[in-house]
Design a protein around this ligand. Sequence first.
Ligand SMILES: Cc1ncc(COP(=O)(O)O)c(C=O)c1O
Length: 450
Amino acid sequence: MTDALRELLRAAPEAAGARLPASRVLAEELSVSRMTVTSAYDQLVAEGYLVTRRGGGTYVARELPHLAPPAPTPRKAPEPPRPWLPFQPGLPDQSLFPHRIWARHLERVWRQPDPALLDRPDSFGWPALRAAIASHLSAWRGLDCTPEQVLITGGASDGFDLIGRALLPAGARMAIEDPGWATLEHTLRGIGIAPVALRVDSEGLDPTRLPEDCAAVNVTPSRHYPTGVAMPLARRLALLDWAHRASALIIEDDYDSEFRYQGQPLPALAGLDGLQRVIYMGSFSKLLSPALRIGYLVVPEALIEKLRATLSVTGSRASLVPQPALAAFMASGEFATHLRRMRRTYARRQAHLLEALTPLSECLDLAPDPSGMHLCIDLRPALGVRITDAEISRRAAADGLTLRALSSHSVLPEPPQGLLFGYAGFTESQLSAAAARLCDLLAPLCAGPA
Ligand SMILES: Cc1ncc(COP(=O)(O)O)c(C=O)c1O
């Protein structure tokens, strides 16, 4: 009734100021309940189409709110999401995510939520998840910490944002690895932290090159992103030395160390330091799914209060909805089972990819990697003298392949050349087909005149 009356008023501007029938009369005329009429009148009074006058009566407003309905704005049809293409790096195979188990945990938690879930949340995150992460780190990363030191974030980039805002002075300088993770550079600039790029070598970041005036350094010591090199013990110790001398923080981004195919995962740097100057950073984006948007920081005890003070103003970082389900998933052992399964799958995929690329062994320096989700492969001179990694990447994109150039992860001049082959998120047959396409693209280049 409200809609019909509104349309009527819009269509008859000459009715402005006219008195409407009393609700009882109109209800009788239309054979509807009086309540239907009064609620339509009330709604249209609230919208400004009708007015009531002291002494009684409902009238059509002299100025109707919008007599002409707004012209529909032409809308472009939304673009359909573009699927991931091989060799997109850093992508877990989400079709192997244990959706059913996950749904069962979510349903169990939220069908009858623990009253604490409906109360004021702890700004560091759901306590059971923090405890589950602490025991995961002890078992998988050789890192001893208490659940109180674990802070749940909306992922690694969100963790950097929090560290920058809560723990570093405005305009502080943070040393970062080059090549490195482009998102980090972007995040730091966005919060007024000046990134200081340092070129890494075959042992990762060289601590002797760290400027004393940096308030922090970001490293990926277990597996440098994106080259995959591990930082040896001597450098780790030198890095800790520098941090103590410069009173600086080390942020250890440990994004996929669980996927190690030979030997034990290298222990976390934070464990060497007893969590004094190192903030350890983890994420479920690669271990489970980037759609979760859940990561965490493990922070030195001395920093807990400062972080709590910032979070008391901004609120907690991550949605509480998935946290109890993730805690149950981890505590039940299903998470560890999933990681072991994915580790086996990814190891097979890496070996399969290397095999599929063997026709290119004159062009690419093919070698297995003991860990990770992508291979960072150097160009052999036969290819490197003829074409840059960026040009290969561009031509591969035109051929429907995502082949990231190593140089695109660098901001310093004369970046190293190489190609990133993500294999974790693709089946063996997808990898074979993509490798065959790449062979067609690169083999003639290698064979042609220099
Ligand atoms: C080096 C590195 N660290 C951490 C992450 C995880 O980021 P997030 O948790 O924000 O998804 C990524 C993801 O691509 C990464 O490449």
